[in-house]
Design a protein around this ligand. Structure first.
Ligand code: DX5
Ligand code: ZN
Length: 221
């Protein structure tokens, strides 16, 4: 299991001043950028041009979470925009192995996301192709939703499969992660934690990053 990493999502930040908002989370390991196309999810955010501008505005690496229908054709644009990690949804990818290899070949970390109803077991043999698996703990599309405890067994299962195969793949959770829920995720085996509303509704977002990190580290024991 990798070290604990905290990855604030800017989905709940002020979109009119994103550069400054990213400046409020200097101790974060990554900035999580939620790309939504109004097809894969019923919400629309931004595309590669905006992400490229954001990448230029911060030294914190960008972690793109693509909630888009045509991941196979569009993921590389986010590598080119400067993202250090690019996550596609397996429900959207026509050729996940090819796509993961392309992302890696272009120099970014490749990650695959699973919606709450998508099991991890069918993808056991893909783990070695992936730098990270994202287990969604809400239905993707919006920030501020309630954490789904029903996803915890899948986090445990993903960790078991990673251990079994001896891979270095990180295990990320996204959705409803807060001081209340991060401990459960860490105990279950997650090591990378996305938090949107928890961080950006805090008076001091960077202090919340530190508190989330401490809570996850304590839960891991
Ligand atoms: C939801 C996004 C999440 C979202 C998390 O579809 O993928 O990254 O921003 O927000 P919170 O932490 O508020 O659930
Ligand atoms: Zn996300």
């Amino acid at each position: 299991m990798g070290h604990i990493q905290i990855t604030p999502s800017i989905l709940n930040a002020d979109f009119a001043r994103l550069g400054a908002e990213v400046g409020r989370i200097g101790s974060a390991d990554w900035v999580h950028v939620d790309v939504m196309d109004n097809h894969f999810v019923p919400n629309l955010t931004f595309g590669p041009t905006m992400v490229e501008a954001l990448a230029r505005s911060t030294d914190v690496p960008l972690d793109a979470h693509l909630m888009i229908e045509d991941a196979d054709d569009n993921a590389l644009a986010y590598v080119e925009a400067g993202c250090g990690s690019v996550t596609f949804h397996v429900e959207a990818a026509k050729a996940p192995v090819r796509l993961a290899r392309e992302i890696r070949a272009h120099g970014a970390r490749a990650a695959m996301a699973l919606k709450p109803a998508t099991p991890i077991d069918p993808y056991e043999d893909l783990l070695a192709e992936l730098d990270m698996v994202l287990v969604m703990t809400v239905e993707p599309g919006f920030g501020g939703q309630q954490f789904l405890d029903l996803c915890l067994p899948k986090i445990r299962r993903a960790r078991e499969l990673m251990d079994k195969h001896g891979v270095e793949t990180w295990l990320q959770v996204d959705g409803g992660v807060s001081l209340d829920t991060i401990g459960r995720c860490a105990e279950a085996g997650a090591d990378v934690f996305v938090a949107g509303s928890a961080v950006y509704s805090a008076d001091d977002p960077d202090r919340m990053v530190a508190e989330l990190r401490a809570r996850a580290e304590a839960a891991r024991g």
